[in-house]
Write a protein that binds this ligand. Structure first.
Ligand code: COA
Length: 249
């Protein structure tokens, strides 16, 4: 079976490709573990200067694997999801995201931690936590209102409205929107350009850009995880996730 995370390196650019297209790249435990391991290795490896995270030209990710959510009742510190959230938030080298098609749940919230975000014109950002009886994660309750304002954040997080690529660009959630068949090429070309810059200056500059919110981000990730665990155990989430899964079966 093909690995669900593909790892490839060229000229200082490490590309991580979500590779579970039959499940719309829904992230399961093994994928979180593989991503965390790749990030940990990349942060130590001096030959890696920049990371590019991508899916395919039709799909970034459908978010967390819903079946995995059904089996979970808590999100402890050693949970692979939480370990990934902290590793990604803390990753010291620039991260570029290339997003096409659906970017659901964590597929959207992780963009708030990236340094450059490129969207295909078919990209659809969606945060259906409340729809599923859940609450925001990955410090999105902190970062999203800061990025786009409380009212727009509420449209995404409370009303769970789908946001298209042009609206995301207008609100400053992306650097550029391109045709879907140009997306991965643009992201790779930009990644290689960035990876050719002096790596220490790059890392220091990223650290300075992130410094103000660094501690708060980790604090909020854990605070949200406690609320998320509570919500997962509740009737609202269990019945809504079961219904969503049932509809899919
Ligand atoms: N977890 C587990 N499996 C998922 C999934 C998820 N989050 N999202 C999609 N899949 C699976 C489907 O069950 C289906 O599997 P099957 O072929 O074995 O039945 C397959 O992926 C294709 O899904 P489908 O809905 O037919 O694809 P689509 O292209 O029509 O729609 C989405 C794509 C992303 C819009 C839609 O799949 C979706 O809304 N998924 C759920 C997103 C979600 O609620 N995520 C949780 C966020 S907290």
């Amino acid at each position: 079976m093909a690995p669900t995370i593909l790892v490839e390196q060229q000229d200082g650019l490490l590309t991580l490709t979500l590779n579970r297209p039959d499940k719309r790249n829904a992230l399961d435990t093994g994928m979180y573990q593989a991503l965390t391991a790749a990030l940990q290795q990349a942060s130590q490896d001096e030959s890696v200067h920049v990371v590019l995270l991508q899916g395919q030209a039709t799909c970034f990710t459908a978010g967390n694997d819903l079946a995995d959510f059904m089996g979970k009742t808590t999100l402890e510190a050693d949970d692979p999801i939480l370990q990934f959230l902290h590793a990604f938030a803390d990753f010291p080298k620039p991260v570029i995201a290339a997003v096409a098609g659906p970017a659901v749940g964590i597929g959207t919230t992780l963009l708030l931690h990236c340094d450059l975000v490129y969207l295909a014109d078919n990209a659809r950002l969606q945060l259906p936590f409340v729809e599923l009886g859940l609450v925001p994660e990955f410090a999105s309750s902190l970062l999203l209102p800061r990025a786009i304002g409380h009212l727009k954040a509420s449209e995404l997080l409370l009303l769970a409205e789908v946001m298209d690529a042009s609206e995301a660009l207008r609100l400053g959630l992306a650097n550029r929107v391109v045709a879907a068949d140009e997306l991965l090429g643009l992201a790779r070309e930009t990644g290689l350009r960035l990876a050719a810059k002096p790596p220490k200056a790059l890392q220091k500059s990223k650290a300075l850009l992130k410094q103000e919110l660094r501690q708060a981000v980790h604090f909020v990730i854990d605070m949200e995880a406690r609320a998320f665990s509570q919500a997962l155990q509740g009737e609202e989430a269990q019945s809504r996730i079961a219904r969503k899964l049932g509809r899919r079966d």
